[in-house]
Design a protein around this ligand. Structure first.
Ligand code: FES
Length: 145
């Protein structure tokens, strides 16, 4: 194999490996759950955040067939969470989680992990819901904003 061909094939393999690693780490970091929907809101197990005995995910995404958009729940501590409706406040596209913030794929608006708009074109904060924490579950009250 000529040196030029070797370099091209090596770089292609490296790029593919790093792209795959990025994709896999992105998949690994997002935990999707369905939760339990009742007439007032969503019940989610606190264990859904658990990675192992000492580690917790910083967020999970609740996707339920009866909800038009997912709800992202950020965990700040065992007793502090935020629940955010993942519909962009600009023109209504579904948001994506990008670690500690939410991003809109349509026009690039960004929001904090508490639903505050940090980058336009959106001018309004996201819809958020009160979270009640009990021993093993979270209750996301969908009646309130
Ligand atoms: S719909 Fe989200 S930025 Fe436009």
């Amino acid at each position: 194999m000529k040196r030029r061909d070797f370099l091209i094939s090596s770089c292609t393999a490296c790029l593919s490996a790093s792209a795959m690693a990025g994709l896999l780490s992105g998949c690994k970091s997002t935990q999707y759950v369905t939760g339990h929907l009742n007439k007032d809101g969503l019940l989610v197990d606190k264990d859904d955040f658990k990675i192992n005995n000492n580690d917790y995910r910083s967020y999970i995404v609740v996707r339920h067939d009866e909800l038009k958009f997912p709800v992202c729940i950020y965990r700040f501590s065992d007793t502090e969470y935020s629940a955010i409706w993942m519909q962009c406040a600009h023109q209504g596209a579904e948001l994506q989680v990008a670690g500690a913030y939410l991003q809109c794929p349509a026009h690039g608006s960004e929001y904090s992990n508490k639903g505050k708009v940090t980058n336009g074109p959106a001018e309004r904060d996201l819809r958020t819901f009160p979270v009640t924490v009990n021993h093993s579950q979270l209750f996301i009250d969908l009646r309130k904003q």
